[in-house]
Design a protein around this ligand. Structure first.
Ligand code: PSU
Ligand code: MN
Length: 308
């Protein structure tokens, strides 16, 4: 059985690959498990439009009836936005969902795997998973970090959410040899806010410089991905104190209800949205759009870099 038989490209992506136009991957867990309807669908469309407006081609990746779709069409996006049967698919779930011909929203880890199979080097998301708080005893460390250590894709995010243990997440990324970049920022961002209080290991100020680093990293034969933290725009950032309190409250409720494993991130996101009366969702939407713009610019610059 060939891997290729599981991959299906949208017409738009197929054409982009044939004509060597830059493609930007997008994940689908953010649609199926990260945002409520209809904001999830509206955001998915808006983000694709932003990527097109920058001259690149969007490829939202997800699993439909056991096929890995590289580029979801409007009908397929509806499935991810509304269908309760869409599973959250990380690395370990891929083979199971494909073999049982199910639908799956791909996480950062699973999207990186599929993007790499499809030859896509840049991937845009909101937030990546990391080391959970108390992760040193629960051992809840997202498979996203392991994937970043072994799959050659550059991931644009708005940092690591404060629901996680940010300093420990950065430690693990260092151990795994993943270049971590703060875009136009000396601090690594914290998703809803512009700074986590942790220094960004590398700070770069242009898509071209990021593209050069990507090219060199992989030219050297290093197999890891690259993580780019793009701070949420100032006017859309959450107030530090408000988001901190919402996160504490959401974490307490998760502990009371003994929510664990793959359920915890979606649970916390939803709780935080309610506790902030929807403000966290507005921030989330704004930062994903902001990341799409940067991701498309990096993909364009990387294309030029490869031709040198
Ligand atoms: N952070 C968000 N929104 C999301 C996620 C993270 O702000 O939707 C999703 C991403 O798909 C990420 C996944 O890859 O959660 C991480 O889940 P886990 O911690 O179970 O690995
Ligand atoms: Mn986990």
């Amino acid at each position: 059985m060939k891997t290729e038989s599981y991959l299906e490209y949208s017409e738009e992506v197929e054409e982009a690959i044939q004509t060597a136009r830059p493609v930007v991957a997008l994940e689908s867990t953010i649609i199926s498990h990260g945002m409520p309807y209809p904001q999830n669908l509206e955001t998915a469309h808006a983000v694709s439009e932003i990527i097109r407006s920058q001259g690149a081609v969007p490829a939202t990746i997800g699993i439909v009836n056991g096929k890995i779709k590289i580029g979801l069409n409007d009908e397929e996006l509806e499935i991810f936005a509304q269908n309760e049967e869409v599973l959250k698919v990380s690395r370990r779930d891929l083979a199971s969902v494909l073999s049982q011909k199910q639908h799956g929203g791909t996480t950062v880890a699973a999207t990186m795997i599929c993007a790499y199979m499809a030859g896509i080097s840049v991937f845009v998301t909101g937030g990546v998973g990391g080391v959970h708080r108390q992760g040193e005893s629960t051992m809840d460390v997202s498979a996203d970090l392991i994937e970043l250590s072994q799959t050659r894709v550059a991931v644009v995010c708005a940092g690591i959410k404060a629901i996680l243990d940010i300093p420990r997440t950065l430690e693990v990324l260092e151990t795994y040899g993943v270049p971590v970049i703060g875009y136009q920022s000396r601090d690594f961002p914290a998703f809803y806010t512009r700074s986590s209080g942790c220094k960004a290991p590398i700070s770069l100020d242009s898509p071209e410089k990021i593209a050069q680093l990507m090219e060199l990293q992989w030219e050297l034969g290093l197999k890891s991905g690259i993580l780019i933290g793009n701070p949420v725009p100032e006017k859309e950032a959450m107030a530090e104190e408000e988001i901190k309190m919402a996160i504490e409250q959401a974490l307490m409720e998760a502990a009371e209800k003994s929510i664990l494993g793959k359920e915890i991130t979606p649970f916390l996101l939803d709780k935080i949205k309610d506790l902030t009366a929807g403000k966290s969702l507005q921030s989330n939407i704004a930062l994903v759009k902001n990341n799409a713009r940067l991701g498309a610019q990096i993909a364009m610059a990387f294309q030029t870099e490869k031709r040198k």
